[in-house]
Design a protein around this ligand. Structure first.
Ligand code: TRP
Length: 321
């Protein structure tokens, strides 16, 4: 990738945050021989604002778009969140609104206005529908149950949805961008939990005469409370939101970011901090671009020279980009 783009690798790649892939080498080989690909990623709009974990695939996709100068399509699955939500008080219109809100956070990452198409499924379904039908016909109910764990009490909309997430993997779903006959290679950056959708997609692609999409997967971003806790959109203090004020961000990090430091300053200076479990260090390892500075922080914190308050202060003032 460095050779093809003439740029240094993104820290997410250098540090193994994007850690696995399917057929990435093929996408790169095609690119090298002059065939451009397009990028596809998405978001299920379930909260008003995105948190840092949600931003990871978008930050990375934007980097890929800029480095390779390729088109990008972004799917907002208001339909998915409506069908899969257990909250019966929320209306379809609520998810449509969240999709609209989230589009702003996503575009603010810096996608190329000339090369980016962002859409909400309830608006755009029409153009994708021929491909959705072809995918639905090629997947049996048994397969869908085995992949997604549906059972007979799930609503019927859920069973049909995977085809809707699969469809943008095929460039003919975007006739106004690529033409209806197109079969451009597709690369999908996503969090690892989305892989089942695309295993299904890759399975049906040859049956439809399409190319299999390639994938590159990210690890999960840890919650403030520690590596093995989950960020929750409904529990506000588990995550930092892009809509948090500078003050809220400071309070959250100081109050909730799990610390691998010593219980007292004396103890910390004697035994040092543990970067393997320290959330401030973890977050810095996602977002601090400078490898040397990160390594210096790791050494100083591990030796006890840098205090917990200091590593938190470093994180609080760090710009994300
Ligand atoms: N299902 C994803 C979510 O719940 C949204 C999504 C749709 C997506 N298409 C995608 C994510 C493609 C990654 C890549 O957030």
């Amino acid at each position: 990738m460095e050779r093809l783009t003439g740029r240094p690798l993104h820290p997410f790649l250098r540090r193994g945050i994007f850690f696995s892939h399917r057929d990435l080498h093929e996408i790169l080989a095609l690119y090298e021989s002059g065939t451009k690909f397009y990028l596809y990623t998405g978001r299920g709009p379930s909260s008003d604002a995105l948190h840092l974990g949600h931003m990871i695939p978008f930050l990375f996709t934007q980097y890929l778009q800029e480095a390779f100068q390729v088109p990008c399509v972004i799917q907002l699955t208001d339909d998915e969140k409506f069908l899969f939500s257990k909250d019966n008080n929320k209306k379809l219109e609520d998810y449509q609104r969240l999709g609209w809100e989230n589009a702003k956070d996503i575009l603010a990452v810096g996608f190329d206005v000339e090369r980016t198409f962002i859409f909400r499924n309830t608006d755009y379904i029409h153009s994708m529908y021929p491909n959705i039908l072809k995918i639905q016909k090629a997947v049996t109910y048994n397969q869908a149950k085995a992949i997604f764990g549906f059972d007979d009490s799930d609503n019927i909309g859920k069973h049909g949805f995977p085809a809707v997430q699969a469809a943008p993997s095929f460039s003919s779903s975007f006739p106004q961008l690529f033409g209806s006959q197109s079969n451009l290679p597709c690369l999908i950056p996503c969090a690892i939990d989305q892989d089942p959708y695309f295993r299904m997609t890759r399975d049906v692609a040859p049956k439809l005469g399409y190319r299999k999409p390639a994938l590159i997967h990210s690890k999960f971003f840890p919650a403030l409370q520690g590596e093995n806790t989950k960020m929750s959109a409904s529990v506000a203090n588990t995550a930092i939101y892009v809509s948090d004020t500078a003050k809220q961000l400071k309070t959250k990090v100081n109050k909730y970011a799990f610390s691998g430091g010593g219980a007292t300053i004396e103890e910390h200076q004697k035994h040092g901090g543990n970067c393997d479990i320290d959330i401030s260090y973890k977050y810095l390892s996602f977002f601090l671009q400078d490898d040397q500075e990160l390594e210096r922080i790791r050494q100083d914190y591990s030796s006890g020279k840098m205090l917990t308050g200091e590593i938190k202060a470093k994180l609080i003032q760090l710009p994300i980009k």
